[in-house]
Ligand binder design. Structure first.
Ligand code: NAD
Length: 253
């Protein structure tokens, strides 16, 4: 049975063909929204609509947003800015070109999609933008200088955009996932010298002792995007197994 929470609303999810984005697109659709997924390779199951674009290409983003709105009943109410890429290393480990490339996807990419969607969002009676940020924005993680800097920028951008757009009736929020069990982390583990030990180390870093699931992040995105959350804007919501907020004593061995 369809939950009517999102019925009549249209949503666009970037990076919507995999991991957190796909889980979010599926959940919003299950709760009644019409949903398009913008991605580099937008192979998504129906009723999701795939639109192809690279978020670093402004013209392609504008065309994809127009295509998505047209396919979803001529409207866009919800934008989930989720497309993102990783980067490893400390402050000395990436050249300028890599810093610019990762910022271009993770930060400017969100600016491009939001800018293109704004004319639609301004016409919506319950407009919401939800950005996928990270615990890396709020906790210092080793060997993640570039990635963390991009997510810190996403957090600041979320708050600034929320201030700018509240008068237009558009809410802007973000989710801060901890390490989530998605194809992204699968690739990281595959590249590790000892994938089993690496996975155990990532799990041990979470107070819950396990990785976050994509569905758990999707649930938080749906909460933030919902018309029922109309008083919530400028908020960042941690979905990190307690990683940011808890300080546990070592478990007895
Ligand atoms: P994922 O790799 O499974 O999915 C990311 C999707 O983004 C892919 O489908 C990819 O094709 C798309 N994408 C990448 N670059 C793009 C571009 N230039 N244009 C359009 N689409 C592009 O990863 P995920 O784990 O689901 O991550 C999604 C988001 O969650 C990212 O923003 C990531 O930073 C964030 N995040 C992930 C974790 C985690 O542990 N997995 C933790 C915190 C935050």
């Amino acid at each position: 049975m369809t939950d009517p929470e999102f019925s009549g609303l249209s949503a666009l999810v970037t990076g919507g063909a995999s991991g957190i984005g796909l889980a979010t697109a599926r959940l919003l659709a299950a709760r009644g929204a019409r949903v398009a997924c913008l991605d580099l390779t937008p192979d998504v199951p129906g009723p999701l609509v795939g639109v192809r674009a690279d978020v670093t290409d402004d013209a392609a983003v504008r065309a994809a947003v127009a295509t998505a709105a047209a396919a979803l009943g001529g409207r866009l109410d919800i934008l989930v800015n989720n497309a993102g890429i990783g980067a490893q290393g400390g402050i000395e480990d990436n050249p300028d070109e890599e810093w610019h490339r990762v910022f271009d996807v993770n930060v400017v990419g969100m600016v491009r999609t939001t800018r293109a969607a704004l004319p639609h969002l301004r016409r919506s009676p319950s407009a919401a933008v939800v950005n996928t940020c990270s615990v890396a924005a709020t906790a210092g993680l080793p060997q993640r200088a570039l990635y963390s800097a991009t997510k810190g920028a996403v957090l600041a951008l979320t708050r600034a955009a929320a201030a700018d757009l509240v008068g237009d009736g558009i809410r802007v929020t973000c989710v801060n996932p901890g390490t989530a069990d998605t194809p992204w982390i699968g690739r990281l583990l595959d590249a590790a010298d000892d994938p089993v030990a690496e996975r155990a180390a990532l799990e041990a870093r979470q107070p819950t002792g396990r990785l976050v699931t994509a569905d758990e992040v999707a649930g938080a995105v749906a909460y933030l995007a919902s018309p029922r959350s109309a008083a919530t804007t400028g908020t960042d919501l941690a979905v990190d197994g307690g990683m940011q907020g808890l300080r546990l004593r070592p478990r007895p061995s």
